[in-house]
Write a protein that binds this ligand. Structure first.
Ligand code: FES
Ligand code: FES
Length: 156
């Protein structure tokens, strides 16, 4: 077992974990952050996306020990004082989900996308989200949500 300590959604957590434990399993099983979900076993779907020191990562592709000493933000850490994060609000406003399974990862990846490129074109949004799969929406409203969150005009 290896002792690790990190910040998750603003709180310090510390545990003894097996070195092979994935960050997504640590977050869900040890920290209780079940808002971060597992949608595949091939690192393809992006449903498990969180921020590690402010950059999006697929948490099924990172070992918990690799996050030792770092700062993790999950979808559960985005709302502040009862107010949704602007990206969460945009997903809500644009109906950018159906079953919602992909949504935590989509939102985390979309925030990272705007951090890099505050006014992305539609093509840049689609490219930036290519690592996140959605089986329900056809992506159209997700793109609209990211445009909305970036303050851009949204076509119908
Ligand atoms: S669960 Fe991590 S990419 Fe699918
Ligand atoms: S809303 Fe169902 S997978 Fe995206």
């Amino acid at each position: 077992m290896t002792k690790i300590q990190m910040t998750v959604d603003g709180a310090t957590v510390s545990d003894d974990v097996e070195p092979r434990m994935l960050l997504v399993h640590y977050l869900r099983e040890k920290v209780g952050k079940t808002g971060t979900v597992i949608g595949c076993d091939t690192s393809n779907c992006g449903a498990c996306t969180v921020h590690l020191d402010g950059r999006s990562v697929k948490s099924c592709n990172v070992l918990a020990v690799q996050a030792d000493g770092h700062e993790v933000t999950t979808v559960e850490g985005l709302a502040k004082d009862g107010e949704l994060h602007p990206m969460q609000a945009a997903f809500h406003e644009c109906h950018a989900l159906q079953c919602g399974f992909c949504t935590p990862g989509m939102i985390m990846q979309s925030i990272d996308l705007l951090n890099d490129n505050p006014k992305p074109s539609e093509d840049e949004i689609r490219l930036g989200l290519e690592g996140n799969l959605c089986r329900c929406t056809g992506y159209h409203n997700i793109v609209r949500a990211v445009q909305t969150a970036s303050g851009q005009e949204v076509g119908s």
